[in-house]
Design a binder for this molecule. Structure first.
Ligand SMILES: O=C(O)CCC(=O)C(=O)O
Ligand SMILES: [Fe+2]
Length: 236
């Protein structure tokens, strides 16, 4: 099955190898440079180890250093240009500021409840690319729920007048996050429920994600505060 079919007719998510590893490596080095954690060697494992021991306030503080990572969105998109072009063409709206998610090990630290991206007001024409900055061990990644099952769950909630009711929150208990290697990414639609779970490790988990859509499709709720125009270079 090709990725388009997996996204539209299949589960709504697909793992794929990043096309341009040199850009992903450059992205990772840029993250390590910018995050600038004191007395830490400039490699991803050392940064992960240092961040695993930081409290939430310290992590939030260090995230401020990433505010000047102003081309993170472009870098993720340019690491997978063929896939992006196949799905959305060359003229895009991309998230102005891609997210970097640092998830630390230990009970009560899981950052994301089960959610689907449409809930944050992006358009139904949006795709998300998520990629870790290192191999994922244990349960540190993200789990994804088939989009048909996701939509059944959300319809059930709606009929019961609930948002994040027990059936959604209980989903966190028995999920198996996808184990990606550095150099792999997941693409998913805004209808797929996903989230993360508690994991045990000496290392924090660090991943980046970006939202994008064709500039020919309606934006609906989001505007250019959230998105910027971006044109993929001509492919040869
Ligand atoms: O990185 C995570 O744990 C959550 C990421 C997420 O919610 C997303 O990519 O939309
Ligand atoms: Fe999400």
């Amino acid at each position: 099955m090709n990725i388009y079919k997996e996204l539209i007719n299949g589960p709504g998510y697909a793992v794929f190898p990043v096309e341009n590893m040199n850009i992903l490596e450059e992205l990772r080095n840029s993250f390590i440079d910018k995050i600038n954690i004191e007395n830490t060697e400039k490699n991803i494992e050392a940064v992960r180890k240092a961040m695993a021991k930081m409290n939430k306030a310290e992590i939030n503080r260090s995230m401020i250093d990433l505010l000047n990572f102003t081309n993170l969105s472009e870098m993720i998109i340019l690491s997978c240009p063929k896939l992006v072009e196949e799905l959305c063409g060359t003229d895009l709206f991309i998230q102005r500021r891609a997210h970097t998610v640092v998830n630390v090990p230990g009970e009560g630290q899981a950052k994301q409840w089960p959610h689907y991206e449409m809930i944050s007001g992006i358009s139904p024409y949006t795709y998300v690319i998520w990629t870790p900055l290192h191999d994922l061990e244990d349960q540190a990644g993200v789990y994804y729920i088939d989009q048909n099952r996701s939509s059944e769950i959300m319809h059930k909630e709606e009929s019961e007048g609930l948002v994040n009711g027990p059936s959604v929150l209980n989903m966190m208990q028995d999920q198996k996050p996808a184990k990606l290697k550095f150099g792999e990414a997941i693409i998913f639609t805004p209808f797929v429920l996903h989230g993360n779970v508690t994991f045990n490790s000496k290392y924090a988990r660090i991943a980046c994600n970006v939202r994008f859509q064709s500039s020919n499709k309606p934006l609906l709720q989001k505007n250019t505060d959230y998105l910027k125009f971006f044109q993929l270079p001509k492919s040869d």
